[in-house]
Design a protein around this ligand. Structure first.
Ligand code: NCD
Length: 304
């Protein structure tokens, strides 16, 4: 059997998904001994800027005892014309067993995995997938509600460019969460419609019914001109702000993968609101990544 990868959430069967989340919860309660992946060489290969994902992976790798290698791919031989396959062969030859990769191109993690004889963890590829972000979001929902089935989650904003939204849709559907996508037609085309996934244009109609609202960043760097409606118009219709917070239930929660644009998709009131779970999300990210490393390197976790 070839080594397992985590390229998107559906690389995990639903029971494995829950097992990884359980394992992550257990790690959060009590850190495991630092020898889960003792001496396993793990390479962090980030071709795109990252604050939380890169630091969170690095800490997770250190906490399971891996030998952590991080380098700036700007200085790599891929830029000198070396193919992905040759780079993969070289890295394996050196002894790397796990590659955590982020790349602006959708499908890059898959291409790397196809030629690398080790584990590949996708830390975000283009607009395609970001599975560990979805796992930490699911962990935060589980921590809050202790169930998934029938939970109503609204994902709001620039769905089209969001690998976070895509991976969350996959994971949430696998777990029976009721997903409503909210955004303007230019950033949320109808092809996102799927069983269990609704499309709504009116945020105000969705808020009172939601158990959780996930606000997405407006990704200016990925938006070709013309797709984003006039910014004022966007904020008027889709910004989460003080007025809209009033229609959100008191037991609902607010998620955001970060980085957030204050004053654009949300206002300061949202980050100060007791229902905001941004800090819990980033906190959970470390444990989820430890659990993923443990699962890939040591085999499937024992379901709790
Ligand atoms: C996101 C990403 O880079 O995919 N951030 C993250 O990893 N937490 C979302 C974004 O860029 O908006």
């Amino acid at each position: 059997m070839p080594p397992r990868n985590l390229l998107d959430v559906d690389d995990l069967a639903p029971d494995e998904l829950v097992a990884v989340l359980d394992r992550a919860m257990a790690f959060r309660e009590e850190l495991p001994p630092r020898d889960l992946c003792a001496g396993v060489p793990v390479l962090n290969l980030f071709f795109e800027a990252s604050t939380r994902t890169a630091t969170s992976f690095t800490l997770a790798e250190q906490r399971v005892g891996a030998d952590v290698i991080s380098f700036a791919p700007g200085a790599s031989s891929l830029g000198k014309g070396e193919t992905i396959a040759d780079t993969a062969l070289t890295l394996r030859g050196i002894g790397v067993r796990v590659i955590v990769v982020r790349h602006p191109e959708s499908g890059f993690a898959r291409r790397l995995a196809d030629s690398f004889d080790g584990h590949v963890i996708n830390a975000g590829d283009g607009t395609h997938a970001h599975p560990t972000q979805a796992l930490l979001d699911l962990m935060t929902l589980r921590q809050e509600f202790r169930r998934f089935d029938g939970l109503r989650v609204a994902i709001v904003g620039d769905i089209l460019h969001s690998r976070v939204a895509r991976s969350n849709i996959v994971g949430m559907r696998a777990l029976g969460i009721d997903v409503t996508l909210v955004g303007p037609a230019t950033l949320l085309p109808r092809d996102f419609l799927a069983p269990g996934v609704r499309i709504e244009r009116d945020l105000d109609a969705v808020l009172p019914r939601a158990d959780a609202v996930m606000m997405l960043r407006i990704q200016r760097e990925r938006i070709e001109t013309g797709l984003l409606p006039v910014l004022d118009d966007y904020t008027q219709r889709y910004q989460l702000n003080r007025a809209r917070l009033r229609s959100l239930r008191s037991d609902a929660i607010i998620l955001h993968p970060g980085p957030y644009n204050r004053g654009l998709e949300l206002t300061d009131d949202v980050l100060d609101d007791p229902r905001s779970r941004y800090v819990a999300q980033v906190h959970n990210g470390v444990f989820v990544r430890m659990a993923v490393l443990d699962m890939l390197v040591n085999g499937a976790p024992v379901p709790a």
